[in-house]
Design a binder for this molecule. Structure first.
Ligand code: ADP
Ligand code: MG
Length: 364
């Protein structure tokens, strides 16, 4: 189970339609050898379809799929040597843990001592060493999911496909398993394509995230770039909290409520844009505080505050009536919950957080 067994995946112009619906619309995606890539998108965006194309259960209408240098489109599922874990992990309920994990080996004609050794090693990987004799029905949800994982890994696949494998688990266990899966990936290094609709899960686990919508890849980047520099409004809206303010760039300058703002990227073209503001990146300044170079200072008035435990969410109004949201930790003198409505506020916004998006795809 070493990283030299992993393979890059090259997806070129893969299309699959059902009637008039494009489940996949000319998808191009290069997944690196050993990479943990997450497909992130809302329900119906084409995630499962793409995964089943990789697994060989769905034949695309067109396009090419390569594992390494080998064209895979016509290769049947059982010859693709990919490990798979799905949401409904479909263990055989009347078989022991070891029986379940040994199943893929049996299909490949591996039995006896060799099979037993591999099963035990796979179980140790998922921290279920010694559990082989137990019945599947004696296990917790998290343990069952780990059995499914051991079963997917036992034949040492070069590629691992996972479709929302944690979505049936409760929040605490899910977060624990996210870290475990990630660590396991670091240990084994097989190329992994992971599907989720949960943005935090994607940010936590991935080397890169491919955001998919309507069968199209909207952006593929590291979690940090996806969050800090979303390619468009859809990506920005889908990941994290955001306020979008329609603005105009004129004579190479961005002006908001009468104030000129410095921006993260140079303004090369005049015209309409959307200013993307993340509520947690706006900071309420104390009356005399000067945030210094590298920050824009916005003048606003507090409209109201919602206390949410770990933080407070303030709605503020700029002098031209533009409404923004500001999230602040619910501690300290600038805790929004301690401020009264109507109070004037100065907000600091780092220049590198002053990000403009094109207005394309936004409702007008
Ligand atoms: P996701 O996994 O992101 O929720 P899917 O890949 O399951 O999305 O589905 C993408 C689109 O393709 C949806 O509009 C879905 O209704 C459609 N679709 C998927 N599989 C089939 C099928 N077997 N028959 C008809 N439509 C399908
Ligand atoms: Mg799905």
């Amino acid at each position: 189970m070493a990283s030299h067994l992993s393979l890059p995946i090259t997806i070129t112009q893969v299309t699959k339609s059902y009637g008039k619906v494009f489940a996949l619309d000319h998808v191009d995606l290069n997944i690196k050898s050993g990479e943990f890539l997450t497909l992130l998108g809302p329900s119906g965006s084409g995630k499962t379809t793409l995964l089943t194309v990789l697994a060989g259960f769905t034949r695309p209408d067109g396009g090419s799929l390569k594992f390494g240098d080998t064209e895979m489109i016509t290769v049947p599922p059982h010859k693709r040597e990919v490990g798979m874990v799905f949401q409904n992990y479909a263990l055989f309920p009347h078989m022991s843990v070891a029986g379940n994990v040994a199943f893929p080996l049996k299909l490949r004609g591996i039995s006896g001592g060799e099979a037993a050794r591999r099963v035990e090693r796979a179980l140790e990987m998922v921290r279920l060493g010694g559990f082989g004799k137990r019945g599947v029905d004696q296990l917790s949800g998290g343990q069952r999911q780990r059995v499914a994982l051991a079963r997917a890994m036992v034949f040492e696949p070069r590629i691992m496909l996972m479709d929302e494998p944690l979505s049936a688990l409760d929040k605490q266990l899910r977060e624990h398993m996210q870290i475990e899966l990630r660590q396991l990936h670091e240990q084994l290094g097989m190329t992994t394509v992971y599907v989720t609709h949960d943005q935090r899960e994607a940010l936590t686990m991935s080397d890169r995230i491919a955001v998919i919508q309507g069968g199209r890849i909207m952006q593929i980047d590291s979690p940090r770039v996806i969050y800090e520099r979303p390619a468009n409004r859809f990506v920005a809206e889908f990941i994290g909290e955001s306020t979008f303010v329609p603005v105009t760039v004129a004579s190479g300058q961005l002006t908001l409520a009468g104030q000129v703002l410095k921006t993260a990227e140079p303004l090369l073209m005049d015209g309409a844009r959307l200013l993307l503001l993340r509520p947690e990146r706006l900071r309420v300044l104390s009356t005399t505080e000067d945030p210094g170079q590298g920050f824009n200072v916005l003048q606003a008035n507090l409209v109201h505050t919602v206390y949410q435990g770990d933080s407070s969410l303030m709605q503020v109004s700029m002098t031209d009536g533009t409404l923004l949201q500001v999230r602040s930790a619910s501690i300290g003198p600038t805790d929004g919950a301690q401020l009264s409505p109507g109070r004037p506020l100065r907000l600091a916004l780092a220049v590198h957080d002053t990000v403009l998006l094109s207005t394309e795809g936004s409702p007008s």
